[in-house]
Design a protein around this ligand. Structure first.
Ligand SMILES: [Zn+2]
Length: 388
């Protein structure tokens, strides 16, 4: 079976190349926002026309409807860009085109109910542009890896591409004042499954401890990461007090985005080590089917959840299990894993979050809240999770 992997590599552009990157990001954002506004306008016009027909009791003429789509909007932009946006021609044509394809994908996810309505892109927030696989090449010059982009030339990469296989696309993006490329590769080699251990584990994801295993192990986020998160809170507070448009605010923003980047790296690194360990040590890993979207609505919890990267943990577990022949299962979202006694099955009516230990009234077992939950998760997980 084939698998797709991404590899993020830091780039070392010279000034001219960095300017090109910034321009291509600007064009991608403009094309995306133009297409979103146009989509909304055409949708509104269709709706008005339909309502009008209904009111006048005349049949709807399908040919008079716009029915916006990413394909039509790309054609429409191509026909006007020479006149209206001539600077778009200064960067790769992929930049506006792929941005509109991404808008189409965002609408698809929205219609399926997987994400919210597409939002306009903002300058300085996730600046990025994408390249199709015919618009870039990897080259080694003087033993140093480079990416070649038409009309731009060779840009130095800090490391070689890790994966072997067909390159599908590349995304160039900025994070913490640095430029990166993320290259998606369809793996050519088949990965060998990890040997079976005959062991199974339940995982309770928490706020106090990152994860509690059904064997009683508690996994905490590493100290340096916690330290950086504290620093992040402090810097965010400082930023909110700086005057808008001041140079102090710009400086604080740069500091903050650098810190975001460092935290992202540390968290990913930590989660990779943890998930690789779990996949090696166990054949089946049972987790909660966390409704992260629902939980993030609760603002008090949302910070820690985002910080600990639950979603990322689940994602890594699933793809590694898939790669190494292991299984990830989940329990039903509504299964009361904390409130059920793992010894006798008795269910308590309520268990406040602050209660870390409790005694079962039916069988007198004293439970550690999280260990009890992780045992229940192990014993009741039925749904096998696969890559979607
Ligand atoms: Zn009990």
């Amino acid at each position: 079976m084939t698998a797709i992997r991404g590899h993020v590599i830091e780039l070392k552009p010279n000034n001219k190349q960095a300017t090109y990157f910034a321009k291509a990001c600007g064009v991608a954002r403009l094309a995306y926002n133009w297409a979103l506004a146009e989509w909304q306008r055409q949708y509104e016009a269709d709706k008005n026309y339909r309502d009008d027909c209904l009111a006048k009791d005349i049949p709807i003429d399908e040919t008079k409807l716009n029915k916006p789509s990413q394909g039509k909007l790309r054609k429409q932009l191509n026909s006007i860009k020479r006149q209206q946006f001539p600077f778009m021609l200064e960067v790769t044509k992929c930049s506006p085109q792929l941005a509109i394809i991404q808008l189409g994908d965002a609408f698809k996810r929205f219609f399926k109910g997987e994400s919210k309505y597409p939002q306009f892109r903002k300058k300085g927030v996730n600046d990025r542009f994408s390249l199709s696989n015919d618009q870039f090449k990897l080259k080694t010059i003087n033993n140093k890896p480079h990416i070649q982009i038409p009309n731009l030339g060779l840009v130095r990469m800090c490391e070689n591409l890790r994966h072997q296989g067909k390159m599908l696309s590349a995304k160039v993006f900025k994070q913490g004042e640095k430029w990166f490329v993320s290259i998606a590769v369809e793996l050519s080699e088949v990965v060998k499954p990890k040997p079976k251990t005959g062991k199974h584990v339940g995982l309770d994801l928490g706020i106090t401890d990152l994860a509690t295993l059904s064997d009683g192990t508690k996994i905490k986020a590493p100290k340096p990461l916690k330290h950086k998160l504290k620093k992040l809170q402090r810097l965010s507070r400082q930023l909110s007090r700086k005057q808008k448009g001041s140079s102090n605010r710009t400086k604080a923003k740069t500091k903050l985005s650098r810190l975001h980047y460092q935290i992202g790296c540390m968290r990913k690194d930590f989660l990779h080590k943890l998930t690789t360990h779990l996949i090696k040590a166990y054949d089946t890993i049972a987790i909660e089917d966390l409704n992260v979207k629902g939980m993030v609505k609760n603002r008090k919890l949302s910070r820690s959840i985002n910080d600990l990267g639950f979603y990322e943990l689940k994602r890594q577990l699933i793809y590694k299990a898939n790669q190494f022949g292991k299984t990830i299962k989940s329990v039903d979202r509504f299964y009361p894993s904390s409130k059920t006694c793992s010894c006798c099955g008795h269910k308590v009516e309520s268990l406040p979050l602050s209660m870390r230990k409790w005694t079962c009234q039916s069988c007198n077992t004293v439970h550690d809240r999280d260990i009890n939950a992780s045992i229940n998760i192990l014993n009741n997980a039925t749904k096998v999770l696969t890559i979607t």
